[in-house]
Design a protein around this ligand. Structure first.
Ligand code: KG4
Ligand code: ZN
Length: 360
């Protein structure tokens, strides 16, 4: 029988400082301090600012997570922390904090791959059995993974350039919408006509399940400049129509490539017809609806974690840490932070991993 573990999770790999306590599959607390306002003037996450803010906030996040869970350190079985991939300063802040706590409390320390945290989230929320196909789609990553076990992943496709979340953020910037771009573009798109602007769907008709979003980003910029050249500026309706056109292109790409990835996956694992999404872009309503419909047509179960567990959080890190501990693998105080850490190191590196690098 496996023991129900109570784990404190810590996450600081990009621009969210998070701590959470998870017992089994119960999320006892999940605290996330975002940094959007700190980076707002810079058009992207500034690594040095992020690292400093993590260092300032981590203690508070941990204190709050423990208080909300209503437990003390003596009730914990271990401390799990994101050890990569991500912005190295932020990852280091989290790892140092976790080491200090683990040493002081005499608890085991577990380094977790941030991508594994996302990839295992459907097991935390829905207890789905292995294997399953996952589309991990966020601000720094976009990949199809066959999740075979907590420590075994096969990547069967992904973006060859930018990640969709990065494209959402860039689109918001060029349209004058707020950051993070995904929710802002989604809200604007709800009032827009997706057919007014003809935007490309790169690689859509190429075989395989690799994707590309950089041409779409460039096309958006041209479309916006075209409107400004014609009319001297953007109206709210222009913003809405451009947002709707962009979102429709992303949804078409994700849906069509998921159709192909599923076909490939089901050949390998016909008995477990399960597909799950995770990562910040998995919060997108139209993408969820389109993928839900696709899966229904293919008699495949579709799992989408609740929004607060799709975006970066520490509950997923605590849960992935518990999986490692159940398997008997823990780290010690020599744990180091890794800026790059692919889940499937048998797969060839992707051509590009977006401007945000290896974060997810
Ligand atoms: O996984 P995540 O929280 O952080 C990392 O990238 O690691 O994902 C954040 C990304 C951002 O690019 C954000 O714009 C995007 O997810 N995002 C969305 C939505 N909510 C967040 N993209 C599209 N639609 C959304 N509703
Ligand atoms: Zn992430």
């Amino acid at each position: 029988m496996t023991q129900t573990l109570t784990i404190l999770g810590i996450e600081s790999s990009c621009d969210d400082t998070a701590a959470a306590v998870v017992r089994g599959t119960d999320v006892l607390s999940s605290v996330v301090y975002g940094q959007t306002a700190l980076h707002a003037d810079f058009g992207g996450v500034v690594p040095e600012i992020a690292a400093r803010a993590h260092a300032e906030k981590l203690d508070h996040a941990v204190e709050q997570a423990m208080a909300e869970a209503g437990i003390g350190f003596a009730d914990l079985d271990a401390i799990a922390v994101t050890a990569g991939p991500g912005l190295i300063g932020g990852v280091l802040s989290g790892v140092m904090c976790a080491k200090g706590l683990a040493a002081a409390a005499g608890l085991p320390l577990i380094g977790v791959n941030h991508l594994a945290g996302h990839a295992l989230t459907p097991r935390l929320t829905d207890q789905i059995p292995f294997p399953y196909l996952m589309l991990l789609v966020s601000g720094g990553h976009c990949q199809f993974l066959i999740v075979e076990a907590h420590d075994s992943y096969r990547r069967i496709g992904g973006t060859i350039d930018d990640a969709p979340g990065e494209a959402f953020d860039k689109t918001a910037r060029i349209l004058g919408l707020r950051q993070p771009g995904g929710p802002a573009v989604e809200a604007a798109a709800a009032q827009g006509d997706p057919n007014r602007f003809k935007l490309p769907r790169p690689l859509l008709n190429q075989p395989g399940c690799d994707m590309s979003f950089s041409g779409l980003k460039t096309a958006m910029l041209r479309a916006r400049d075209g409107v400004i050249a014609d009319r001297g500026g953007l109206t709210n309706q222009d913003q809405a129509d451009l947002s709707a056109g962009f979102q429709a292109a992303v949804v078409d790409i994700l849906t069509e490539k998921t159709r192909r990835a599923l076909a490939e996956y089901l050949l390998l694992a016909p008995a477990t017809r399960s597909f799950a999404i995770a990562g910040g872009v998995a919060a997108n309503g139209p993408a969820r609806s389109s993928l839900t419909a696709l899966c229904a047509g293919l008699e495949t179960d579709f799992f989408a974690p609740p929004l607060h567990l799709c975006t970066d959080n520490a509950a997923m890190i605590a849960y992935a840490g518990a999986a490692r501990m159940q398997a008997g693998t823990v780290d010690d105080l020599t744990l180091s932070a890794r800026p790059r850490w692919p889940l499937d190191d048998r797969a060839a590196p992707m051509l590009g991993s977006g401007k945000k690098g290896a974060k997810a």
